[in-house]
Design a protein around this ligand. Structure first.
Ligand code: GLY
Length: 373
């Protein structure tokens, strides 16, 4: 087994695990997973798109370490993150005779990671699972930190559990098969890390973001590693989001309203909404006198220069008015005791959590953004 390009350790008591990052880890998956123990037969849950592209490489990699495997390939897409597919996954894992000591592999993007992680959390009151994230968004965010769950008709991610993986293998070569739009949506979450806590990382992204998007593997490894390290540090401080973990929601209060307004459809991908939401969070911060006026311009300029959506006018079709968008924010699960919680910023790389945000300031940001359409 060759060493991964980078490893980040998540040091949670009794639930510590490694995140290995680098190209071509999939072909060595068996060497990483076999030491976890359990039966020599592993269950893989994936989606049909990922299965078509990468399942054989994973199964060959497992076989090299003497692990046989069986795979369930679910339909790709957000609709898979619901009760019917959870039931199907749990029953299939039981059919596979997965036991407490075994390891289940979640092989795909955020939908598969969240669904399979939740199935692992509740199957036999908890079995171990390995995340093999195949999208940039899943590599830098959803595969790390143990948030698992499915959507309800009331909203996204409302049924779930904290259940940490036993290992994460982030194979950066897999990012080469993503559609450019999907890659850039994941980049929205990468930018978020620079904006919330590391201005030097944001400077670096301004310089190397384009090379990273064009396929520069060193840049991809460095960006994924820095993002994951920041997330691991936050999760170690606050695993269950009693405090600091909410910083990871920079841009998300605006994003969730926009996602709801666009019906969680292709009109706006989650990471695109995060990028737009980060611009709006900085705009709100500037209007509240918390950060300089240059900050929101600089944030938006970088997002635009990457060829991403940055303003509400970049979202096709109608949007509700500002009052209706504000009401959609009120349905966000980040509402605490009826008060909206925002992540605002004093500067690039210096975000903080607050519920003290005047309603008229938020409305002003939304109204002006809608007026530009
Ligand atoms: N995606 C935000 C978190 O994991 O807390």
């Amino acid at each position: 087994m060759t060493s991964p390009a980078a490893t980040v350790h998540v040091d949670l008591p009794g639930r510590a695990y490694d995140i290995h990052i680098g190209p071509d880890l999939l072909a060595q998956a068996g060497a990483y997973i076999a030491p976890l123990g359990g039966r020599k037969h592993v269950a893989i849950v994936t989606d049909k798109t990922v299965a078509g592209l990468h399942l054989k490489t994973l199964q060959d990699g497992l076989a090299q370490a003497g692990l046989t495997s069986e795979a369930l390939a679910l339909p790709a897409g957000e609709a898979t993150k619901g009760w019917p597919q959870l039931q199907c996954t749990c029953e299939w894992l039981l059919d596979q005779k997965v036991e407490r000591g075994d390891v289940v592999i979640a092989f795909g993007g955020g939908v598969i990671g969240d669904l399979v992680g939740f199935a692992a959390a509740i199957l036999r009151r908890g079995v171990r699972f390995v995340q093999i994230p195949t999208t940039l968004l899943a590599q830098v965010d959803s595969s790390v930190g143990g948030k698992t769950g499915i959507n309800a008709r009331h909203g996204k991610n409302l049924i779930g559990a904290f259940h940490q993986p036993s290992l994460v293998l982030a194979d950066t070569a897999l990012l080469g098969t993503l559609q450019p739009r999907d890659f850039l949506a994941g980049y929205g979450e990468v930018v978020k890390y620079g904006l919330l806590g590391d201005s030097a990382f944001f400077d670096w992204l301004e310089k190397l973001g384009p090379a990273m998007a064009a396929g520069d593997m060193d840049a991809r490894v460095q960006a994924v590693t820095r993002s994951v390290q920041m997330k691991a540090d936050i999760v170690q401080r606050d695993e269950t989001e009693q405090g600091d973990r909410a910083l990871l929601n920079l841009g998300h209060t605006f994003c969730h309203a926009l996602e709801a307004a666009t019906g969680y459809s292709d009109r706006l991908l989650h990471g695109e909404g995060v990028a737009i939401g980060c611009g709006m969070a900085f705009e709100l911060s500037a209007r509240m006198g918390l950060c300089s006026q240059e900050n929101p311009s600089r944030v938006r300029e970088h997002i635009r220069s990457m060829g991403m959506k940055v303003d509400l006018r970049d979202i096709d079709g109608d949007l509700p008015d500002a009052e209706a968008l504000l009401a959609l924010m009120g349905q966000d699960k980040k509402v605490v005791a009826g008060k909206l919680r925002f992540i605002l910023a004093r500067d690039i790389g210096d975000a903080f959590i607050t519920s003290e945000v005047p309603r008229d300031k938020v409305l002003g940001v939304l109204k002006d953004a809608l007026a530009e359409r």
